[in-house]
Design a protein around this ligand. Structure first.
Ligand SMILES: Cc1ncc(COP(=O)(O)O)c(C=O)c1O
Length: 370
């Protein structure tokens, strides 16, 4: 059912016994197999062992968790952070701490599933606005309301690579007295100064109440986090269900690897620059082929195909050419919007990218898409 990788996650991988260029991973900065992160993880296992053993508030709170949360707060320029075992549980745990029954959440129609689940768990009413459509959001905000209001959006939409109009959302939040929450799972480590994220990229930190993120993508580790005001983070630590009721929180080994990733980015933004250099190089060449590349503004590049069966077939054809790009189909994207999703990484060499473009040119012609 799933293809199997042997060896580490990198620009190239061994997939089902074949060496291919890896264009499907969230490993934006190549940190998943970075020697410094691997060493930090090994050192952490020597120091702490392999399991946290219990929930943080029982007896699973290790020094490295505290160090990571402090460093993350410094990096994201917020009062405090709290780490979770995944980005998914960060969203499902955070949203019910901000809104509840009688409140309202305004949510972009393409928001990640974990945001949708977090809203459901909060029992607040949900108002879904059309993707990035600020007139539609304003129309919904104009309707009278009594409780708290929260606007929530992905910063980088993970299937399309486009950006939420965060400055406009912040302005509407101010105008209609709604807090703003940003999920920057695909923007952290990618956007902003030294990868500080999309809120930093737009320079609107003061207008955003809270951010959630993942440590499993650009940061090359595993886990998630909530970053925001101390008052909210304190509440999450004692009340958030997905934080408290997991006997195994983010493991110390992953905290150590994530901490190393953030320290490295704060010291030198070269991996972020390399990622963007690769992204521009790839886009420059791909855009001459004639594919529909959607509205991407980031290293997530959708190659639109439309038909589901054809997208899957093209993914196999690319694999036979030594390139792995995953076909993304319904229900992850709407019916008729199937695509091959290309994820650019700092781990790619120019040779990898050239090989990918040549394969896309060949396969596109053979499949009758070009
Ligand atoms: C926008 C968004 N939020 C949250 C998550 C969940 O993060 P994690 O993989 O750390 O659970 C993802 C993962 O794909 C995502 O794309």
């Amino acid at each position: 059912m799933f293809k199997t990788i042997r060896g580490p996650q990198g620009g190239e991988i061994n997939l089902d016994g074949r060496d291919v260029v890896n264009m499907a991973s969230n490993n934006y900065l190549g940190f998943a197999n970075d020697p410094a992160l691997v060493k930090a993880a090994k050192d952490a296992i020597d120091e702490y062992g392999v399991s946290a053993g219990a929930a943080r508030h029982i007896i699973g709170n290790f020094l490295v968790h505290n160090e990571l949360e402090k460093k993350l707060a410094e990096f994201k320029e917020v009062e405090d952070t709290c780490v979770f075992s995944s980005g998914l549980t960060a969203n499902t745990g955070a949203i019910p701490m901000i809104v509840g029954k009688g409140d309202e959440v305004f949510s972009d129609e393409l928001n990640h599933a974990s945001i949708i689940d977090g809203i459901r768990l909060s029992r607040a009413a949900v108002r879904v606005y059309r993707h990035k459509d600020m007139a539609d959001l304003e129309r919904l905000l104009q309707e009278p309301a009594e409780g708290e209001r929260l606007i929530v959006t992905d910063a980088v939409f993970s299937m399309d690579g486009d950006l939420a109009p965060i400055p406009e959302i912040v302005a509407l939040g101010k105008k209609y007295d709604a807090r703003v929450m940003i999920d920057d799972a695909h923007g952290d480590g990618v956007m902003g100064r030294s990868g500080r994220g999309t809120v930093d990229h737009f320079g609107v930190r003061d207008g955003v109440y809270v951010e959630t993120g993942s440590l499993s993508k650009a940061f090359g580790s595993s886990g998630g986090f909530v970053a925001g005001p101390k008052e909210l983070i304190d509440k999450i630590r004692v009340q958030s269900r997905s934080f408290i009721f997991t006997a195994t929180p983010m493991q110390p080994v992953f905290a150590a690897a994530a901490l190393k990733a953030i320290e490295m980015l704060m010291e030198d933004d070269a991996p972020v620059r390399k990622l963007w250099d690769n992204r521009e190089y790839f886009m420059g060449k791909m855009s001459t082929l004639g594919y529909d590349l959607g509205h991407t503004e980031t290293p997530v590049v959708p190659v639109m195909v439309g038909d589901e069966a054809l997208a899957k077939e093209m993914s196999e054809m690319l694999y036979n050419e030594g390139i792995f790009a995953q076909a993304i189909v319904y229900p992850t994207v709407a019916k008729g919007k199937a695509r091959l999703r290309v994820m650019i990484s700092a781990a790619h060499t120019k040779k990898d990218l050239d090989k990918a473009v040549a394969a896309f040119a060949k396969v596109g012609k053979e499949a009758g898409v070009l």
